[in-house]
Design a protein around this ligand. Structure first.
Ligand code: MTE
Ligand code: HPA
Ligand code: MOS
Length: 756
């Protein structure tokens, strides 16, 4: 396999030739759409007056819930989200109407002329307040293993504390958008920047009251999704589709950055509390946590994200007695949604904080507790899955020796002895992340492979390319399996008429699910062509193979090309297309018992982070992050290392500088890149070193190349604790805060904190 293949989009991206939704050449008379959203976070709509706006020259129509033919409902897991608000609004930024006009300037002008009056209702912005008022999305869920109560009584040490992790803006380079146009017979085609084409199709069918087959959704690629387009690309696509249904004209809607920031949900902020019990050997005997998820005003994916928080609440540690509970708290913020890690990072931060708290009070190094509790073979996770092929201890040990942890620590200590104003800190962050959609029925995909008679190949799957290079991996699998050059293979757009009933591209599982389907389809086709070639040469089938476009007999290259066999197959009327289905075997989960085997496998790894802190200013630099990561047998190291680096930096941003702020009225304050800071080249670690852990991989991963999209984000959590470690070297208090992001302001507070 060409394991060094570059992302097949790199050439097009570099030259600016790749097509995103806004680059598609539009049809004549394409209208532009623009949502009118609520300025009020919670209120009754007393009056709306569209008359002035409607009169603006060039406005085709202003759509509201009254124009919906089907149901005004886009909720995926729970039907609690209208497309357009009716008589009440539940968050600032909630769409109320959709202006369709000749161009954007006209649409904006009309939007400014809509007059709306509200009767304000009480606004809840925090999860804690929601809980105190009994405002929830659904019932809380708990995972229980063993008996925490009894166990705490026998623990040598018990510590309690509270944590907070803020939300995170996806900041995909390509904002949300879609382009919808009428086809014949009332059919509608939607080009959408979505991770979930079927989700868009299904929800559009309901809102437009059409059968799904009348709606075709097509995705070329996304300029990033990061989870933000798993569920939240749907609304805009349907708005445009409703307009198409009425106007029978093409409608495009690309959100500008401000509108996107204001109207879309983000990573869920969590307010959590923990109780941890250890024995005298630092073994964690019991762990309890209560997670308050700030879900926003509607369910969106919150229940699934809450569930994953519970799955990852003990990270890569074995804890025999666990009780974790998560509340999805309903607030008046835009519905929060999937973001790389899907609630896992929020869960892991809490146990890492609990361990840090224990270490801070005991006056020992956090890593002693971490290391003493790494999960090993045949230990059980709190949800009943038995850990097999665990790499937690392996990856820890490998990081410790390869990066010489003791040496790093000595350097930090030496520096700290010599310096007063500046202090260095370090932290180790081991991770374990479960691969599969936690909702078992979602773990399937299909591939449709056509071999054309000239020997070129077209592949359709459910995979959406969003920068993670899944198309490159699909192409590698096809060219390897068919024995042909990558140039012969084209990856088609993701389209609901070619691959139906897809799960979104998410859960880091896209390459596994779709790759296994491509593999199956190509293997079937290969077999057919082998039969044809064997007949051509009058030899047994087992002697035939295809390599680098040529037919081989035994190990001898023949003069015949692969495409000659394809041409012969065509003459013999052999089917040159194949559709394959893959559904992850072995996984199951019983939600009534909260036990099962939900994950195909886990991804492990360990990072070591060092930082330098300016104890006068509270500012810091990340010196280095050194990672041993479990890629399994990576099928494309360039791509996979890119995923680790990108995820790491995204995790660091979440932990250190990305600060979402809403005021008490529910208005987003961090509504521009001047007030929402993401990592730039100056704030990334000065050194990033990544070593692949030598493992056999897992047969559940395609080509044993483990999923890589989300897990490395959680290495970023190490940054928080490295900073805290530096603070301790300056101000050794046991009551430091677990409140991310650790912005310089908060770092300063901890630097000069007094004992409680
Ligand atoms: N990488 C890039 N460049 N852009 C993205 O939008 N999304 C991440 C991750 N890596 C993303 C990315 C998220 S949230 C997921 S779930 C996975 O990619 C999805 O792709 P995969 O299943 O192919 O790993
Ligand atoms: N991960 C990511 N996205 C999802 C999941 C999951 O486990 N379940 C539903 N959507
Ligand atoms: Mo990723 S959060 O599963 O799209």
């Amino acid at each position: 396999m060409t394991k060094t293949m570059k992302n097949i989009d790199s050439f097009g991206h570099l030259r600016g030739e790749s097509l995103f939704v806004d680059d598609i050449i539009t049809k004549q008379n394409t209208y532009i759409g623009l949502a009118f959203d609520s300025p009020c976070a919670h209120g009754k709509i007393v009056n709306i007056d569209y008359t002035k706006a409607e009169k603006v020259e060039g406005v085709a129509k202003i759509f509201t819930y009254k124009d919906i033919v089907g149901v005004n409902q886009i909720g995926g897991i729970i039907p609690d989200e209208p497309l357009w608000a009716e008589d009440e609004v539940h968050f600032a930024g909630q769409p109320i109407a959709f202006i369709v006009a000749k161009n954007e300037i006209i649409a904006k002008k009309a939007r400014a002329l809509i007059h709306i009056e509200f009767k304000n209702l009480p606004v809840i912005t925090t999860a804690k307040e929601a809980k105190s008022k009994g405002s929830f999305i659904n019932e809380p869920r708990s995972f229980v293993l063993g008996d925490t109560n009894n166990s705490f009584a026998n623990c040598e040490y018990v510590f309690e504390g509270e944590t907070f992790t803020n939300g995170q803006e996806h900041l995909y380079l390509e904002t949300q958008g879609c382009y919808a146009y009428p086809m014949e017979n009332g059919n509608i085609k939607i080009i959408s920047s979505t991770q979930g084409p079927t989700q868009v199709q299904k929800a559009a069918a309901k809102v437009l009251d059409l059968p799904m087959h009348k709606i075709e959704v097509d995705v070329t690629r996304l300029g990033g999704g990061f989870g933000g387009k798993e569920d939240q690309a749907t609304a805009w696509a349907i708005m445009a589709a409703v307009a198409v249904q009425h106007l029978k004209k093409p409608v495009k809607y690309i959100l500008n950055r401000h509108d996107d920031l204001r109207m879309t949900g983000k990573r869920h902020p969590y307010q959590s509390s923990f109780k941890i019990g250890l024995d005298k050997d630092l073994k964690i005997k019991a762990f309890e946590a209560e997670f308050l998820q700030n879900s926003g005003a509607a369910a969106d994916l919150s229940p699934a994200i809450a569930e994953r928080t519970l799955f990852h609440a003990t990270n890569c540690y074995f804890v025999p007695n666990v009780k974790t509970t998560v509340y999805s708290c309903k607030t008046n913020l835009p519905p929060n949604t999937a973001f790389r890690g899907f609630g896992g990072p929020q869960g892991m931060f809490v146990i890492e904080s609990a361990i840090a708290k224990a270490a801070n009070v005991l006056g020992i190094n956090k890593r002693l507790i971490q290391k003493a509790n790494l999960i090993s073979e045949n230990d059980t996770f709190s949800y009943g899955q038995v850990a097999t092929k665990t790499e937690a201890i392996n990856s820890w040990n490998s990081a410790e020796t390869n990066f010489d942890l003791v040496h790093i620590e000595n350097e930090v200590n030496d520096f700290n002895k010599k310096n007063d104003r500046y202090k260095k800190g370090m932290a180790v962050m081991p991770i374990a992340f479960g691969i599969s959609f936690t909702n078992t029925p979602m773990n399937h995909a299909r591939a449709l492979v056509h071999i054309y008679q000239d020997g070129s190949v077209g592949i359709s799957t459910a995979a959406v390319e969003m920068g993670q290079s899944v198309n490159t991996k699909m192409l590698q699998i096809a060219s390897e399996t068919l024995g042909i050059d990558p140039e012969k293979v084209k990856i088609e757009t993701t389209n609901t008429t070619r691959v139906a009933n897809t799960s979104p591209s998410a859960a880091s599982s896209t390459a596994d699910l779709n790759g296994k389907a491509v593999l199956k389809a190509c293997q079937s086709l290969d077999k057919r062509l082998v039969t044809v070639a064997a007949k051509m040469y009058h030899v047994n089938e087992y002697k035939i193979s295809f390599r680098s476009n040529f037919v081989f007999i035994d190990d001898e290259k023949t003069k015949h090309l692969w495409q000659d066999v394809v041409a012969q197959a065509m003459l013999e009327r052999v089917a040159l297309s194949e559709n394959a289905h893959y559904a992850t075997p072995k996984i199951h989960f019983d939600k009534t018992k909260e036990k099962g085997h939900p994950f195909a496998y886990h991804v492990y790894g360990t990072s070591i982070t060092t930082v330098t802190l300016d104890c006068l200013q509270g500012t810091y630099e990340i010196d280095a992050v050194k990672i041993v990561h479990d890629f399994g047998k990576s099928m494309n190291m360039g791509v996979d290392v890119g995923q680790v680096e990108g995820a790491l930096v995204q995790g660091i941003g979440w932990m250190t500088m990305e600060e979402i702020a809403y005021d008490e009225t529910g208005k987003l304050l961090s509504d521009a890149l001047s007030t929402y800071k993401i990592p730039d080249i100056f704030s990334v670690p000065k050194t990033v070193e990544i070593i692949a852990l030598e493992t056999k991989g897992d047969e559940m991963a395609v080509y044993r190349s483990k999923a890589v999209g989300e897990p490395p984000l959680m290495y970023g959590i190490g940054t928080y604790f490295a900073i805290q470690n530096a603070i301790q070297c300056f101000n050794n208090k046991s009551n430091l805060t677990f409140h991310s992001p650790y912005t310089p302001e908060k770092v300063l507070m901890d630097l000069y904190k007094k004992e409680a």
